[in-house]
Design a protein around this ligand. Structure first.
Ligand SMILES: [Zn+2]
Length: 66
């Protein structure tokens, strides 16, 4: 059970919304700061992280316990 319902860190779309892209119970996109709902939010997120210089090149562990 999740402590709180996660949502997309880019657009705020809640986990479980029809537009939130996931594979069964597992998210498809995330960073070290949270989940991302779609490839477009992931692209936007990582582009901004690169601009800010906070991009982490090492894949983060999935933030959800499955
Ligand atoms: Zn999103």
């Amino acid at each position: 059970m999740l402590a709180k319902t996660p949502s997309c860190v880019e657009c705020g779309l809640p986990w479980g919304a029809p537009a939130f892209r996931h594979e069964d119970e597992a998210p498809l996109y995330w960073s070290d700061t949270g989940l991302l709902c779609s490839v477009s939010c992931a692209t936007q997120h990582f582009d901004r992280r690169r601009e800010e210089g906070t991009f982490a090149p090492i894949p983060a562990d999935c933030p959800i316990d499955l």
